[in-house]
Ligand binder design. Sequence first.
Ligand SMILES: [Zn+2]
Length: 86
Amino acid sequence: MTQKTHSIIAYTADADIYCPGCAREYFKLIHGWKFALALLSAPHDQHGIPETIKDQAGNEAGVVFAISEPADYPEACCACFELIRD
Ligand SMILES: [Zn+2]
């Protein structure tokens, strides 16, 4: 089983970092019905977020994997303040 090392533990969008639950809510909020459309037309990841999702600035959202160096990121979700850990 290599699933853990491929786990997405956070997303980066618009210069903030989100836990998976908040990222989903954030993308739904900024994309509205286009979020649902993207889910139908593009592959989505383990958290139900389309792989092609973009942030508000139009940049592709970043993903943080469990194996990523934690020092590169703030350690808490900017929305719920949950610590981001694998
Ligand atoms: Zn959160």
